[in-house]
Design a protein around this ligand. Structure first.
Ligand code: GLU
Length: 424
């Protein structure tokens, strides 16, 4: 199915192209009509703007900000804001597209959105970051809000960044609106359990699939690529369940220890030095070696396109759990399928974050906050009930878990779109 792709203005750029390839595979399984395919392969709204700001040195700079609101059929747009030098309109569109399916696959009353600023936060002071965030938020005042579009953290954006966003928006609309963003600090309307939620979701999905594969946690060796909010908390929770973390990595390289890495030690090192550079708890290897290392479960928890045809052929793990968004190219996905490597796709495996974001949004609207045990219990319920549905779709259609997840998600979005019809 290439019609929609040809009509799409971002066709030449490949992250969104990969995302569309996955969509088409599931759309074929669903025998989705051409009109619906055309609608669902186009973003509702793409916003690009300049963010001028003053450096602490007095110098002026201009960065580019984006917000893509991909789909609203099931509710307000929902998705994080990414601060990274590689942010482009193509990437943000792909991520907003994935948020649409992610929210639908776990049955949240949200559409999909994503935002970003092309910048390198490592070169910015806290004050510069605050000015950029506030200008970013001010540019979006008319189009975000608890019933319009609800941003959240993503790569390099923290609860503090969400606090600045919420404050800027609230100042503009002259009332306190905590539900305009999720992932906020607890003191200003955040939810208990939100910080760990994506990592927790990764482990919940992984352990459920491991049981299915008869792989005992205390016999499992896990490798985690990326030691940010997702990878770090996943590592900790895997360790708590008796698994051995044999490899971790960040931008400075990878660290392998067949005897097991002590996760608290790595977390303390990262908190103290900002990165894993100089970490002595494992032998330093390259990122490529890490992906090809001996392990049972491999968790990509960094950026897109980690698994290409080349890297996928060398993977030794039996199970891949996609903590990151879009880590696997369609070519790599085919190789995993041929090699019998099971993949829990991003839209399911990392949906824990947005699920607890949904809980945060609901708590903000009620003004009544839940205990952490309540959050975690509901999270597990949302994830496992939908993972089990995906598994049964995969079994009955002889499809991968990824195709099954897209099938479930697309079906839900299509039903909502058809019920609402097209406003003209
Ligand atoms: N950035 C996260 C994701 O990719 C969380 C989004 C949210 O909580 O809205 O799923």
């Amino acid at each position: 199915m290439t019609t929609a792709l040809r009509e799409t203005s971002v066709r030449d750029v490949s992250v969104f192209g990969d995302a569309i390839a996955y969509f088409n595979e599931a759309a074929d399984l669903l025998e989705l009509d051409a009109g619906m395919r055309r609608i669902l392969t186009h973003p509702s709204r793409q916003i690009i703007f300049s963010i001028p700001f003053q450096r602490d040195s007095g110098e002026f700079e201009v960065y580019t900000g984006y917000r893509v609101q991909y789909n609203f059929a099931r509710g307000p747009a929902k998705g994080g804001i990414r601060f990274h030098p590689r942010v482009t309109l193509d990437e943000v569109t792909a991520l907003a597209f994935w948020m649409t399916w992610k929210c639908a696959v776990v049955d949240l009353p949200f559409g999909g959105g994503k935002g970003g600023v092309t910048c390198d936060p490592r070169t910015l002071s806290a004050n510069e970051l605050e000015r950029i965030t506030r200008r970013y938020a001010a540019e979006l005042v008319e189009v975000v809000g608890p019933d319009k579009d609800v941003p959240a953290p993503d790569v390099n954006t923290t609860p503090q960044v969400m606090a600045w966003f919420m404050d800027t928006y609230s100042m503009h609309v002259r009332q306190n609106i905590p539900g305009v963003v999720t992932g906020k600090p607890l003191e200003i309307g955040g939810s208990r359990g939100r910080v760990e939620a994506t990592g927790r979701g990764v482990t919940i999905c992984a352990l459920d699939e491991m049981a299915e594969m008869e792989l005992r946690p205390d016999n499992a060796a896990i490798v985690i690529q990326g030691f940010g909010n997702v990878g770090m908390h996943a590592a900790k929770l895997f360790e708590e369940r008796g698994c051995k973390i044999v490899g971790i990595s960040d931008v400075t390289g990878a660290y392998y220890n067949a005897e097991g890495i002590y996760v608290n030690g790595a977390m303390e090192h990262a908190a103290k030095f900002g990165t894993l550079e100089g970490f002595k708890g494992g032998e330093k290897i390259t990122n490529g070696e890490l992906l090809a290392s001996d392990c049972d479960v491999l968790v990509p928890a960094a950026l897109e396109k980690v698994f290409t045809a080349e890297t996928a052929a060398k993977v030794k793990a039996k199970l891949i759990v996609e903590g990151a968004n879009g880590p696997t190219t369609p070519e790599a996905d085919r190789i995993f399928r041929e090699r019998g490597i099971v993949v829990i796709p991003d839209i399911m495996a990392n949906a824990g974050g947005v699920t607890v974001s949904y809980f945060e949004w609901a708590q903000d609207r009620m003004g009544f906050f839940w205990k952490e045990a309540e959050v975690n219990e509901r999270l597990e319920d949302f994830l496992l009930s939908n993972l089990h549905q995906i598994r049964s779709i995969a079994n009955s259609r002889k499809a991968t878990l990824r195709a099954a997840a897209y099938t479930l998600a697309i079906d839900r979005v299509v039903k909502a779109s058809k019920l609402r019809g097209i406003y003209a």
